[in-house]
Design a protein around this ligand. Structure first.
Ligand code: FES
Length: 151
């Protein structure tokens, strides 16, 4: 679907900017917002380019560079930190062969960190795309990654 077709699904009102950017980013096979997409959004919503760039750059859920098909976001807020999220990150880095902010060479996964995912009672937690995974350990992480690899 083209960016314009996505934009047409929303009223051209500035308060729709977050929903619009989410929809456009989700539609891109590399999960990011291109320069063209940001400029089309600015035109459609009647906002300045710098404002739209500012919004896209402010929120960590938006990316201005290409990412993998599946974006892994690991919570590094205090409760997850207490529950040893560093072990989770180390295991993910080892399994994927990439560091934080990087994408696997096959283009399947991007590894990112995030603020609290609202899952503190079941920490440590991560999201892959829109799916939340809790009470993580090395074995569980390997199983989860394998389900995505098998798709
Ligand atoms: S601190 Fe990690 S989910 Fe809340």
């Amino acid at each position: 679907m083209s960016n314009q077709a996505i934009l047409n699904q929303f009223a051209p009102e500035q308060h729709n900017i977050l929903e619009v950017l989410h929809a456009i980013q989700d539609n891109h096979p590399q999960n990011y917002l291109t320069k063209d997409a940001l400029e089309e959004t600015a035109r459609y919503l009647g906002m300045t380019k710098s404002t739209v760039y500012g919004v896209a750059g402010y929120y960590t859920m938006f990316s201005l560079k290409p990412r993998g098909k599946h974006v892994i976001r690991v919570c590094v807020s205090p409760v997850c930190e207490i529950m040893k999220v560093n072990d989770v990150l180390l295991h993910l880095e080892k399994e994927l062969g990439v560091g934080q902010g990087e994408t696997t060479p096959c283009g399947l996964f991007t590894l990112e960190v995030s603020e609290c995912l609202g899952q503190c009672q079941e920490a440590p937690s991560m999201m892959i795309n829109e799916q939340v995974y809790n009470k993580l350990n090395a074995e569980k992480i390997s199983e989860i990654l394998n389900t995505y690899r098998a798709e």
